[in-house]
Write a protein that binds this ligand. Structure first.
Ligand SMILES: NC(=O)c1ccc[n+]([C@@H]2O[C@H](COP(=O)([O-])OP(=O)(O)OC[C@H]3O[C@@H](n4cnc5c(N)ncnc54)[C@H](O)[C@@H]3O)[C@@H](O)[C@H]2O)c1
Ligand SMILES: O=C(O)C(=O)C[C@@H](O)[C@H](O)[C@H](O)COP(=O)(O)O
Ligand SMILES: [Zn+2]
Length: 374
């Protein structure tokens, strides 16, 4: 059964359709593609899996497609690769009304969205996310962009899609490691604002790992519901939206510091969230049992809970470029309780240093108090 949510942004509102077999659903695409031509941006891994299926569906509604096939990997989320999209669009004489379809994970979605925001000063954009992470997070909300060697997603734009089509069937070809990476962002929603969902995840994480379709569809739907509510309330991150960044101040430092692609985004988010949990405990807000509860769920999802030892100075350097920095001061998303997050600007440096030492040490968060390991 297909479910549909709406991201409510007045005249820029758009639907998120979630279900199986949606890549073959011509009617859904027809509703958002008034023109006879689209450009599909994808990569060398996804093209052989899903490109011809999507093109056949488009042909059913009389739409021809040009294809732009990029190299695969976070390491290619760069200005050079963005130029390959512009090259393709210009070579194929795409126009202001030619929609760009992102067919792929978050890397393809973020880059295609930025190309759509900037090509001819803005063309229509459709997200067809094919990883769990992109279905639960990156395809919704309009953050688009590319990385810089000094930091993640440093160049970009807020640019909303016209449609998000999350076909759960595509998750069958995803690797176990990528599926787990997506679960990090799913768990995030439970931690920041949806305790009942966190409890559901604690009961159902093994079903998700086993790719139970019903469980996956529920997790994608509930995640998108949370994200859509936050984005509708604060599209450009002047307040509440920053909470979606739980674990990302640390996680982005890990991704940049370790070299893009060596730690998956979701893996950085999991380890980074453990650092945020550890810091929340040091601030006196959550208990050691809470930290261990979070750690247990990440471990069950096959995610890392110990961060790489970049050294305190390198962590501070990378985190100093975080987009939440204000007046030169770091701001962290921390947990006031499990299920309730807040943006905090007055973290004592000594506590931050303790977290950086504790979470990069052998046992990881929690173990330095309890000397307990799994
Ligand atoms: N815009 C946002 O709000 C937002 C939110 C979260 C993450 N992100 C960004 O998203 C990126 C991570 O996205 P991701 O985790 O999807 O990684 P990804 O896009 O690199 O995809 C992961 C891997 O899976 C492959 N793949 C994709 N779909 C597949 C399928 N169905 N079957 C088999 N293989 C498939 C890809 O080719 C790639 O090798 C990061 O750059 C991150 O910064 C953005
Ligand atoms: O949509 C948001 O807002 C998020 O923060 C979602 C994050 O999961 C995502 O990784 C986002 O790209 C991070 O944004 P950034 O502004 O810190 O680059
Ligand atoms: Zn993220």
């Amino acid at each position: 059964m297909m479910q549909t949510l709406t991201v409510g942004l007045s005249d820029r509102s758009y639907p998120i359709h979630i279900g199986t077999g949606l890549l073959s659903n011509a009617a859904l695409l027809a509703a958002s593609i008034p023109r006879k031509r689209v450009a599909i941006v994808t990569n060398t891994t996804i093209a052989p899996l899903y490109l011809s299926q999507l093109q056949a569906t488009l042909r059913e509604i009389g739409v021809q497609s040009v294809e732009i096939i990029l190299p695969d990997g976070e390491v290619y989320k760069t200005g050079e690769t963005l130029n390959l999209i512009y090259d393709g669009l210009l070579t194929h004489r795409c126009e202001r009304t030619t929609p760009l379809i992102a067919l792929g994970g978050g890397v393809i979605g973020d880059m295609t969205g930025f190309a759509a925001a900037s090509f001819l000063r803005g063309v229509p954009f459709i997200q067809i996310p094919t990883t769990l992470l992109s279905q639960v997070d990156s395809s919704v909300g309009g953050k688009t962009g590319i990385n810089h060697p000094l930091g993640k997603n440093m160049i970009g734009a807020f640019y909303q899609p016209k449609l998000v089509l999350a076909d759960i069937s595509t998750l069958n070809t995803l690797s176990d490691k990528e599926l787990s990476a997506g679960l990090a962002e799913v768990i995030k929603y439970g931690l920041i604002r949806d305790l009942p969902f966190l409890e559901w995840l604690e009961r159902n994480i093994e079903k998700l790992l086993a790719r139970d379709t019903e469980a996956l569809q529920y997790a994608v739907m509930r995640s998108c519901q949370n994200k859509a509510e936050v984005v509708a309330a604060d599209e450009r991150e002047s307040g509440e939206r920053a909470l979606l960044n739980l674990g990302h101040t640390f996680g982005h430092a890990i991704e940049s510091g370790m070299g893009y692609g060596n730690w998956l985004h979701g893996e950085g988010v999991a380890a980074g969230t453990m650092m945020a949990a550890d810091l929340s405990q040091r601030m006196g807000w959550i208990s050691t049992d809470d930290v261990l509860r979070i750690r247990d769920l990440f471990l069950r999802a096959n995610l890392p809970v110990v961060s790489p030892d970049l050294g305190i100075d390198r962590y501070l350097d990378y985190m100093g470029l975080d987009k939440k920095v204000e007046g030169g001061k770091l701001r962290f998303v921390l947990l006031k309780q499990v299920g309730v997050a807040a943006l905090v600007s007055d973290v004592p440096l000594a506590l931050l240093q303790q977290t950086l030492v504790a979470c990069c040490s052998k046992g990881g968060p929690g173990t330095n108090w309890l000397h307990e390991d799994k």
